[in-house]
Design a protein around this ligand. Sequence first.
Ligand code: PMV
Length: 366
Amino acid sequence: MELFTDRSLDSDRIQILGTVNYSAPSNIALVKYWGKKGRQLPQNPSLSLTLSQSRTFTSLYFQGRSYLKELPNIEFEFFEEVSSSFSDKTMSFLKDLTSNELPYLKYFDLKIASRNNFPHSSGIASSASSMAALAMGLRELHLSLFPELKTYELYEGQIASYLSRLGSGSACRSIQGPFCQWGLEDSGTGNDTYAVKLTDIHEEFDDVRDSILIIDSKKKSVSSTTGHSLMNDHPYSLKRYNRARTHLTELKRGLASGDWDRFIEIVEAEALELHALMMCSQPSYILMSPNTLRAIELIREFRGRTKLRLCFTLDAGANVHLLYAGQDEKAVGEFIKAQLISLCEDGWVIHDTAGTGARAEVETLL
Ligand code: PMV
């Protein structure tokens, strides 16, 4: 069944009004999406861990009217934690949807209010959580207009994931959790247009924690958009896309069999490859800082000594995500306090856990 195309609406059906409230978490890629094509389609499949605490809360008010406008009529209300460039990004996202998947938005007045529960300056990217939360609201509007899609959509959460992808690629992995795959694997599993939740996960990975070491909270000097585009003429791009495919298949095997050693090996290789690609892009750039490297060194040393299940990953920035099994919380907490906290800006560490994705909220921001 097609989710978006060939759907006409008579004017009676458009006369709806409502406010919907959703929140969505951030996610951290374990196999990285780095390089894109077409309308925000990935060059390689990626796999992520959905977080639970670091979330964006979004309320969407919609009111249908009988007359058409060039674009939807949109009002934004952002709480101060949200950056101003987010409103530009959201506006172009909605314009794009109006020209493609959701043409009926031209008949709507929309109000969007949004708030992050993690500080804007923490260095945690809010684009995934915010686009995912907004897409959940748009999904509800879409399902109110086309209720026949409901049964179909329930199984996979495709509509929200598909829409959020067009706002920010990695956002499509924030709709569900704790582990999601976005992109088609060689075996034919997965989809480039939306993410799917992985179901074959061993109990060893039931309670994965992510303590985010805020090494540097400043906005990164080179954006992800620029980074993705530098992959187009990158000398290692084809090699990289193939490596990511292999890593994805192997990581899925490790997750299914409860193999932490495999998990650690692949997750750390992926983090370092992402940064190695940046270092040999044209122009080249470095987003790690000396304290990032020191943290990596200490994490590897600690693991060698204690044999605990823990490893690091990096996003496109200097901060270090320390991943570990919930059972080892006490020992890892002591390690963070004793050795890592001094490397963080103002001793700042955000403790998060694996989560299940977006959810409806009772409280409204409007
Ligand atoms: O979703 P974007 O366009 O911000 O790209 C995200 C890129 C990485 O965060 C570096 C990797 C990933 O898969 O999330």
